[in-house]
Write a protein that binds this ligand. Structure first.
Ligand code: ADP
Length: 639
């Protein structure tokens, strides 16, 4: 149908349609302008919303009825878009949260384009309550939207995590606060950032006063370097435990044991330190007292003259005091693990073993004994021993051996016995030998007193008296000589042995000639380091005896010379006289022992004088003899 065929009515209708189209276009243009305006006004709000990047987007009308929902709603809530569109939000909101949310509705509470943020609980399709966080913008008055544009996110999980986090934080805080140890955090300048109540109590300040104050101000002057040093270590990431004295504001001194742990950032730089400390003043004092007593006992043991050892239950050495090393010559550590009995003289082992066995089963039991212990130089030393079973004493767990080297005492005891025997013999000699001439004198004096004697008789009696007196004088002289050799101190000097022998032979020249004794002296007798007087006495006595005990030898001969030896000179005086029986050879050196009978004069102290003299310069003396053939007396002089 062309225009000519159209009725006026149809044309009017068409014009109307066109007018409407224009109006629609105009209104569309208006809408566009209004959105542009909104975008201009609300760009900040939109940015906020999208930056929050919430999960679901929707539009609700002024009554709270869902008009539009993005499909992600189903994933979040379990409801489909279709289920929700046309339903009120309030059907799903938790009763306790409804009032707050309802305040946003109906229109009016939020002005146009105003944004809001809400958090409320809603019922999930599975029936459980979830928490949602929403951000909305009121575009009710915008004809293009006519609703609140809302984005929402389910934050149930986040809230639960936050809650758990908060709870555990509170738990830790309570734990830290209630601890019996000081806990603190300090910054790199040593200032407290945090400190628990115990830390305040220990440092002697009111709770809450520590933050901001420096730990260093509490450290005692002499310990500040320790604190600084620990700070340096922590900067290198090293945890340290150290003791430090602090002075409380009241002036009280306390000792703390601190463990400082560094907290390092990702670049390995210290940003704070965690300190845990407790007060150990009493512990420290007790420790010091213990250390003092330990030192005391250690020094007692170290300086004790006696030897202290600990044996294991199998009688092997476990420990020896320093003195035991000094006394036995062994380094104590060298004999650890070795059996005690290996060091005991074979003749003493049985007794030692039996006594050890007797206390083995009796805790606390002890015994004393005397045993010979082998010194590191191989010689045996006498030891007085006290052994105590402390196997069950937790601190020892062994047998404790205390012992004293009694060798010297033993030697002294033996010397004492010998001296006593000498004294005994001396008394007997004095009683017998000196009384013999005395009774002679008395007898002849009485005969003279009677008066009925001829002149010859008187002369003979007086001669006998004089001889007896001479004999007494001789006896007294040799006694004095013996005493002198025994007790005088040796004056050592270089002595020509040849000179001494020569002078003595000159003194005896008469008697030697009378008895036709042949004398042979080795040429070049050496120079020696001895006491000259004592050497003279030694040679004099030996020469005297050689003459005295020559017997009936048809060709009497005396030889004086030396023998080869290492480190010493051996002198000898040899005769071809009566000789000495073997069993008497050892005894003749004892004082007042004589076997020559009354045929020859003498007190029996000549050879003991020789022995004392030789021993005085550190030498030995002995005899080699065959009865009937002669004797050789030998003595040594160390070089
Ligand atoms: P004394 O000569 O006064 O008896 P000594 O002590 O000098 O005392 O000698 C002890 C003993 O040793 C003598 O009595 C003698 O029996 C023996 N005797 C010492 N020298 C010799 C010797 N050269 N030959 C044999 N016997 C000796």
């Amino acid at each position: 149908m062309d225009d000519t065929q159209k009725t006026a009515e149809q044309l009017l209708e068409e014009i109307d349609n066109l007018r409407r189209r224009v109006a629609e276009l105009e209104s569309a243009e208006n809408e566009l302008a209004s959105i542009r305006g909104f975008l201009d006004r609300g760009s900040e709000s939109l940015r906020l919303i999208f930056e929050e990047s919430l999960d679901v987007t929707g539009v609700v009308d002024g009554e709270g009825v869902f008009r539009y929902l993005s499909p992600s709603i189903e994933k979040m809530t379990g409801y489909t878009v279709e289920e929700l569109i046309g339903k009120s939000v309030f059907n799903y909101v938790h009763p306790d949260d409804i009032d707050e949310l309802r305040a946003d509705f109906p229109r009016g509470t939020l002005t146009f384009a105003q944004t809001h943020k809400r958090q409320f609980r809603y019922r999930h399709a599975d029936g459980s309550w979830h928490v949602v966080e929403s951000a909305g913008i009121n575009l009710l008055d915008d004809p293009a939207v006519a609703g609140l544009v809302v984005t929402a996110r389910d934050v149930t999980k986040r809230i639960m995590v936050e809650k758990t986090l908060k709870e555990s934080e509170e738990r830790y805080r309570a734990l830290v606060e209630s601890q019996g140890v000081g806990i603190c955090e300090i910054d790199t300048e040593d200032r407290f950032v945090f400190a628990n109540p115990e830390a305040h109590r220990i440092l002697g300040v009111a709770n809450g006063e520590l933050p901001g104050r420096s730990f260093r101000e509490f450290a005692a002057e002499e310990d500040r370097e320790i604190v600084r040093e620990q700070g340096r270590l922590r900067r290198r990431g090293i945890t340290g435990t150290y003791d430090v004295a602090i002075i409380r504001p009241g002036g009280e001194r306390r000792i703390l044991r601190i463990t400082g742990t560094p907290r390092m950032d990702n670049n390995g730089k210290l940003f704070a330190s965690l300190g845990v400390f407790s007060e150990i003043t009493e512990v420290k004092e007790a420790e010091e007292a213990l250390e003092r007593s330990r030192r005391y006992y250690r020094s007692l043991i170290k300086n004790a003259g006696e030897m202290i050892c600990i044996l294991n239950s199998d009688l092997t050495f476990r420990w020896g005091s320093p003195a035991s090393g000094r006394i036995t010559g062994y380094d104590p550590a060298d004999i650890y693990g070795k059996p005690l009995l290996d060091y005991i003289h074979p003749d003493d082992q049985a007794e030692a073993r039996e006594k050890l066995r007797s206390i083995e089963k009796n805790p606390g039991a002890s015994f004393t004994t005397e045993s010979r212990f082998r010194h590191s130089d191989g010689s045996y030393h006498f030891h007085a021993v006290l052994v105590t079973n402390l196997l069950e004493d937790a601190a020892v767990q062994g047998l404790v051996v205390n012992s004293w080297d009694t060798t010297e005492r033993k030697i002294m005891e033996e010397e004492l016995v010998a001296r006593n025997q000498e004294l005994d013999a001396f008394a007997r000699t004095v009683a017998h030998d000196l009384r013999t001439p005395l009774s002679l004198i008395e007898g002849y004096a009485q005969l003279l007193q009677d008066g009925a004697n001829s002149v010859e008789e008187k002369k003979a009696y007086l001669e006998n008296i004089i001889n007896a007196v001479r004999h007494m004088d001789e006896l007294t002289e040799s006694l004095l000589e013996y005493a002198q050799v025994g007790y005088s101190k040796a004056e050592v000097s270089a002595v020509e042995a040849a000179d001494v022998v020569k002078q003595l032979l000159l003194q005896q020249v008469k008697i030697l000639k009378r008895n036709h004794v042949e004398i042979k002296v080795e040429k070049g007798l050496p120079t020696i380091m001895v006491d000259e007087i004592k050497l003279r006495q030694v040679f004099a006595n030996l020469l005297d005896n050689a003459i005295k005990y020559m017997g009936d030898s048809p060709e009497p001969r005396i030889e004086i010379g030396t023998r080869q030896a290492e480190g010493e000179v051996i002198f000898y005086v040899k005769d071809n006289g009566i000789g000495i029986k073997e069993k008497q050879q050892a005894e003749i050196f004892q004082p007042f022992k004589r076997f020559a009978g009354s045929a020859s004069r003498g007190l029996g102290i000549g050879l003991s004088t020789v022995k004392l003299g030789v021993q005085g310069w550190g030498g030995r003396v002995w005899v080699e003899s065959t009865p009937g053939q002669g004797s050789t007396f030998l003595f040594t002089v160390p070089l």
